[in-house]
Design a binder for this molecule. Structure first.
Ligand code: KG4
Ligand code: ZN
Length: 336
């Protein structure tokens, strides 16, 4: 079954063709990041306009790259939640129009479920059940994936997402948006024990996260040092901050795995590209005899291959939509 996936939830317009949920025939991503960089973050109104301009050529390119036409497509999967509402609406309305005019079935796909599905592409042998750490720019969840379309949130952030904390810390140090990847690179040259930063916990909720205090602590460190006229070692700050975030993420994730007695662990979302997160989990899972699955770095960020993949499993579970499909800025991964 060949599915055309469409993604427009944030600042990437993407389309892909995926066969049977795991085999990527084409994947096109048009990023707007250069333009948003001017403003230090995503400007929703600009994002919607750029999606509207890019969606037709991006979908055409995905079909061309797969050497297919719309006649070969069995279903259209589109990200309908969560994300920037104006941005989501571009993809949803385009997909609805295409479905209506061709008669090809439409599949509404949840963005975070799609991030998880990037692992089905990178790891052909991976099947639920497993425990997944979903870490993106807007969300930080520990999710029990009972089945491809059956999930339960075990823990989540009470305030900032991990990616958001990385981006804000990076911005305070003058790094361009999105700073997470830059901070990760800079951290490679630093000493992670150089600056002491807190490891916030949420009392009574051992799998929940809280990153806003940690973010404030690093911002205060940067500002206070500047006020005193002292020199800060940027690589050391990056390394110490990255270590603190990864420590919080891995501690709770590994505790959840132990408590729920599950030994297949998976990571997903933009922050799953973080080199320290990947290496710490790799080492800890080896120590414990757990199986760890990660997406290829090229599939960690927003793309439509993951939408085509999750769309396949949604379709198999009977999840299709009609022309009254709407987009939603927020929606739980449990509801799909
Ligand atoms: O999943 P994603 O591409 O978009 C959302 O759905 O939000 O995640 C983007 C987030 C950004 O905050 C970005 O800075 C972060 O993922 N990110 C990273 C790295 N690469 C991307 N954070 C830390 N280390 C990285 N290597
Ligand atoms: Zn995303």
């Amino acid at each position: 079954m060949k599915i055309l996936g469409i993604e427009s939830s944030c600042d990437e317009t993407a389309a892909a063709v995926v066969e049977d949920g795991r085999n990527v025939l084409s994947s096109v991503v048009a990023s707007q990041v250069e333009e948003h960089r001017l403003y230090g973050g995503v400007v929703p109104e600009i994002a919607s306009r750029r999606h509207a301009e890019a969606i037709v050529p991006v979908v055409k390119q995905a079909l061309d790259d797969a050497h297919l036409t719309l006649k070969d497509i069995d279903a259209i999967a589109v990200t309908y939640a969560p994300g920037l509402i104006g941005a989501l609406l571009v993809g949803v309305n385009f997909a609805k129009g295409l479905s209506l005019s061709t008669g090809i079935p439409l599949i509404p796909t949840h963005h975070l479920r799609s991030h998880i599905a990037s692992n089905y592409i990178s790891n052909p042998e991976l099947k639920p059940p497993f425990l997944c750490l979903v870490v993106s720019g807007g969300h930080s969840h520990i999710v029990m994936v009972e089945d491809y379309t059956d999930m339960k949130i075990i823990g989540k952030t009470r305030d900032d997402a991990a990616g958001e904390a990385f981006d804000k810390a990076a911005r305070t140090m003058g790094m361009p948006y999105p700073g997470g990847i830059e901070l990760d690179k800079e951290a490679e040259a630093g000493n992670q024990f150089a600056y002491k930063l807190p490891r916030p916990v949420v009392n009574g909720a051992p799998y929940d996260f809280s990153f806003s205090g940690l973010k404030t602590a690093v911002i205060n460190l940067i500002h206070n040092t500047a006020q005193k006229g002292e020199e800060l070692n940027k690589a050391d700050v990056c390394a110490s901050f990255r270590y603190a975030v990864v420590d919080c993420l891995t501690t709770n994730f590994l505790k959840a795995a132990e408590d729920y007695k599950i030994n297949t662990l998976v990571i997903a979302g933009g922050v799953s590209a973080n080199s320290l997160l990947r290496s710490v989990l790799d080492a800890e899972c080896k120590k414990r005899g757990y199986k760890l699955f990660m997406p290829d770095k090229s599939l960690c960020g927003d793309n439509a291959a993951m939408v085509g993949s999750q769309g396949y499993f949604e379709y198999l579970s009977g999840n299709t939509a009609e022309a009254d499909l709407n987009a939603f800025a927020t929606k739980s991964i449990e509801q799909g």
